[in-house]
Design a binder for this molecule. Structure first.
Ligand code: AMP
Ligand code: ZN
Ligand code: FE
Ligand code: FE
Length: 282
């Protein structure tokens, strides 16, 4: 099986890079991409651990963009994880994540819900390459006894429209797509079913989007068929994966159950090879 959507402790996943590779291997996956939120910090460690186990990896990331106030997740594959422009951009993304988390913690305080500031929200987070996120706050709310579980933390306080929600500022999707291309990578729209906005997909295709994620746990059979058809008509590559965040992440675990067909992966790899050679010949 091929899984191109996985998270580690470099962002809001629960598995270390080496731990993730062990879990992935045990689940029967032979080809993987780690796609942490706004950081490529785990890419090298995952590649090394995968190499030791005879698994294949490509570089991956899941970057948060904003369109009309909504989060749009853009997956990136095959980019140069040492590209200085991309790294500087990601550092700014992580700084904004850290500032947002601090505002969320302030709001919770004002609601009388004090928590131990999540450890990763400390000043070190940005430079350390680790990206913080709301799941850490959710976990702290559970630990403080304010809510029974992570899902309740989101439902009551952290989800959009709830009292501790803080809107995010961030780049437009086109900016993210462009930055990935300049680092030699290919951009794929993550879980388009969550957005449910085909007009936006068309707009992003005009802006350089090259792929969409068809296989994802949030997509049922009908959604897969719909996005597959859209990929054909818009001439997009297809990506997919489990969006695994760890066994105790409070989310459905689709590891080893949802993956990308080999034909789609072969087309993506072909495209990545030509993206890399064009970049080197510039
Ligand atoms: P952030 O990146 O800080 O906006 O946090 C968003 C992340 O929180 C998503 O990528 C998910 O991993 C996680 N998340 C969002 N909603 C929920 C939920 N209801 N239960 C558990 N995790 C969630
Ligand atoms: Zn996440
Ligand atoms: Fe996502
Ligand atoms: Fe994800």
């Amino acid at each position: 099986m091929i899984d191109l959507h996985l998270h580690t402790t470099a962002s809001d996943g629960r598995s270390t890079p080496a731990g993730l590779v062990a879990e992935v291997g045990a689940a029967g996956i032979d080809t993987l991409a780690v796609t942490d939120h706004d950081t490529a910090d785990a890419v090298a460690a995952v590649r090394d651990a995968a190499l030791q186990r005879g698994l294949t990896t490509i570089a991956g990331i899941e970057i948060t963009a904003i369109h009309r106030g909504r989060d749009v997740h853009i997956l990136g594959y095959g980019f140069d994880a040492a590209d200085p422009d991309l790294l500087g951009f990601l550092q700014a993304q992580r700084r904004s994540r850290r500032d947002r988390l601090a505002s969320i913690v302030d709001r919770l305080d004002a609601l009388g819900l004090s928590i131990d500031t999540p450890p990763l929200a400390a000043a070190v987070a940005v430079e350390s390459g680790r990206a913080v996120g709301r799941p850490m706050v959710a976990r702290a709310l559970v630990a403080a006894g304010h809510v029974p579980d992570i899902a309740t933390a989101f439902d009551r306080y952290l989800a959009e429209g709830r009292p501790a929600f803080v809107p995010r500022v961030g780049p437009a999707p086109a900016d993210v797509i462009d930055r990935l291309a300049r680092a030699g990578g290919v951009a794929s729209l993550a879980h388009p079913g969550k957005l449910d906005d085909d007009g936006l997909v068309r707009k992003l295709v005009d802006e350089g989007l090259e792929a969409i994620e068809v296989y994802h746990p949030d997509h049922d059979e009908a959604a897969r068929a719909r996005y597959r058809a859209l990929a054909v008509s818009a001439r997009l590559l297809v990506t997919g994966g489990s969006d695994y965040h760890g066994a105790d992440s409070g989310r459905e675990v689709a590891l080893g159950r949802i993956g990308l067909p080999r034909d789609d992966y072969a087309r993506l790899v072909e495209r990545l090879a030509s993206a890399a050679s064009r970049r080197h010949s510039r």
